[in-house]
Design a protein around this ligand. Sequence first.
Ligand code: HEM
Length: 506
Amino acid sequence: MLIEVILGLFIVLFYFLVIKPLVPMIKLKLQFGNDCLMKYHFFGGELWQQLKEMKISKDLIKRPRDLYINHPYKIFVSNFLWKIKISVADPEYYKVMLHNHQYYSKVNNINHDNLIQKGLVFSMGEKWKSQRTVLSESFEYDQLKSRLPMINEVCLEKINQICGDNVLEFLELITGQVVIRSFFGNSAEGIKINKKQIQIEIADLLNDMGELRLKSKYFFIKRFFLGTKGWKFFPTKIEKELLQRVYEVRLTIEKLIQKRIVEIEIKMDENENDVKQRDPDFLDVLIKEYLKQKQKGVQKITIDDILQQFITLFFAGTDTTAVLSYHCLYFLALYPEIQQEIREEVMTVCKNEMVLDDKIKKLHKLTAFINEVLRVKNPALRLLLRNCDQTHQVKDLTIKKGWNVIVDYQFQCFLSKHFSNPENFDYKRWLEAEPIKENHQFVYLPFSAGPRNCIGQHMAQMEAKIILSQILRQFQININPNVDPRWTARFLYQLQPGNCVQLQKL
Ligand code: HEM
């Protein structure tokens, strides 16, 4: 009897760990030949290997990048247990995928349903479409222009208070504050959660939630088998503390939203024009939509949606822009002659304190420089992991329901067929008429493409330009000789530690 049980168990394990993943992998290999790389993992998966590499490697993408340059493949297929993961690196294929986004749901790496799941990054179908429509206007050029004085103010305010040597943290304070003011205006000023400034607690919470999966194998396995229900299954002390923090953050934000609803309702009763006169922040826009739907009796957008939209924009807009600015500072420090050229441009164009729209347009070198940093060190190295929800065809590739899908768009930036001397950091290539050779519209996509591209891309670029101009005007940027820089990954692909550069007052 025991032998039969062991044999039965062995057959089940053999099926799930070997046959189930290997059969489709081999089929793909046979179909695509050299255009398909295949790596089978009996247990574990790429993730464990990446975690190991994160600890020792100086640059996390060096190995995959070199592999791709030496052997440009269309797809890379691997597995985690029985789950297939397919990375698509060929622009002809991911172009189709980016347009047909409805087949994929994004895997929420915060691992919780009540923080960002309902916001613009993770929502799907009609819900996503209506959110994108409501928010689009707030990210259009004219609306952005009206926020530029605020971005300058935040920058100057933080620069005046700068203390300590963690430049990345300082940048995150600026970008976090910009998202909060864009969303709440001044109404979230001075608010604290768990004795920390609101933006610091939200940023810490999102990082702690995201890192839990990587730090705790127990949580990782629960997440794999139970999804977000894993939180309810024998939570550890750390998990309980995180849930309490989620509760506190949600409570504070909900109070801010409710307060604004009352204010808007009162103003609407008194005089409708009054509400229209002020430059609307994101919260005004969302609440007006909420109240409009309430009046019509078709409540699609809820308070919880608004709350999660705020955390979503914070999540999508804070670290991304801070890390981009940090990478820029690093390259400015690494190449002092470039720093000097760009500082001269900034000093010539921006004579007074505010860096506004008319000046930003004239910062050609700075724009080219940021483009180059995004080419070589884009914090959004690849798109978020997706789950295929419906079997479908991408050209001659069949992607099956349940597979994990990755769009690896950054590798094209390292190919000499698209960029001359791609290994050189050369911002001047972006001042040429045609910086990209054999231009395929899907070669250089720092903000993705298609209907689900980055809604905040113009805001991010303007913000980075303001931050860099303000810093260049006041500081010499130097490499910190006492630290060992590493290009690693948290949520984003990023330079660590946060004090790789030093700011020295001019
Ligand atoms: C350097 C800065 C930034 C980079 C590199 C970046 C990059 C990206 C990328 C690659 C995507 C597509 C993600 C995917 O489909 O998996 C994306 C989506 C998104 N980004 Fe950004 N982003 C940046 C800044 C911002 C900012 C400042 C905001 C807003 C405040 C923002 C809001 C969003 C949102 C809401 C989405 C989801 C859009 C949708 O699905 O419809 N991003 N971003």
